[in-house]
Ligand binder design. Structure first.
Ligand SMILES: [Fe+2]
Ligand SMILES: [Fe+2]
Length: 280
């Protein structure tokens, strides 16, 4: 199977992108420079585990160049694809660049927080981020729905983590950073949910195996490359739960919302997703 032959029609992706951009007006955008009073940031009010959680999510967000590159690799906007695929990918690109700007802002906000709150010096943090940042990132999928199903789970899991962390931290500056971040992740999730729904409507049962494969092999970004990832993830899960399987029920909701009567294969897929949720 190749990505090009199983794309949804360009009208579908364009509607999803238009919807995302309509839900993200410039007037509601925020920036690192003015949105927070950095002079009041104080990591002294955080527990050791909470500080560690901030360092962890900074590394994850800072890997943006690697994530962004995946879109170019699998949805190229050049002469390596057919005209039809280009037209589709060009529409998707309107989403991708805006999304990337927002994720890059997350990375900068967390870095600025670490610096202002006294967790790290800017120069040493920069070098430390580079160690993970230079490692390759890939999502080796062959059906386009898989990229959106993966991102659906990952964006929702991240949104939930930021909300939970915000609820327990005692530094109001960090709490407001996390509130901004989780609202952005919620919009990113909505876009992914919209696109996955469209794939389900257009391709029906043909999306079952690809989605099943995403869930069966799901790992959060950098889980395969980051030094000490699992130990670290377990440690910060005590602070606020970083359990991506909690996001699975949102994938099931998308399936239910899209499909009136589940086929046997979809039914089986939902049962499988439910099992992965309870097993973890
Ligand atoms: Fe983010
Ligand atoms: Fe996001």
């Amino acid at each position: 199977m190749d990505i090009e032959s199983t794309l949804i029609p360009v009208e579908e992706v364009a509607e999803a992108v238009d919807g995302f951009l309509a839900a993200s007006p410039a007037a509601r955008a925020w920036d690192v420079e003015t949105a927070f009073d950095w002079s009041r940031a104080d990591a002294g009010r955080l527990t050791e585990g909470q500080r560690s959680a901030v360092q962890f999510v900074t590394l994850i967000e800072d890997h943006l160049p690697g994530y962004f590159e995946v879109y170019h690799r699998y949805f190229p906007v050049d002469d390596s694809v057919s005209r039809e695929a280009f037209v589709h990918n060009r529409e998707l690109y309107h989403f991708t660049v805006r999304w990337a700007l927002e994720e890059d802002t997350h990375a900068r906000a967390l870095t600025r927080y670490q610096e202002s709150a006294g967790i790290a010096e800017r120069s040493s943090l920069r070098t430390e981020l580079a160690i993970e940042g230079q490692k390759p990132f890939d999502l080796p999928y062959d059906h386009p729905v898989q990229f959106f199903a993966y991102a659906l789970v990952q964006e929702k899991a991240t949104q939930m983590y930021y909300q939970q962390l915000r609820d327990v931290v005692d530094d109001p500056v960090l709490a407001s950073v996390l509130a901004r971040l989780s609202r952005d992740e919620a919009r990113h999730f909505s876009f992914m949910a919209d696109v996955v729904g469209r794939y389900l409507r257009v391709h029906g049962d043909a999306t079952v195996e690809p989605i099943r494969d995403v869930i069966a092999n799901f790992r959060m970004p950098l889980a395969d490359t980051m030094r000490g990832y699992w130990r670290w993830a377990l440690k910060i899960a005590d602070v606020a739960s970083y359990d991506h399987t909690e996001a699975y029920e949102h994938l099931i909701k998308v399936i239910d919302r899209t499909v009136d009567t589940r086929t046997d294969r979809l039914d089986e897929l939902v049962r499988f997703i439910e099992e992965c949720h309870t097993l973890a």
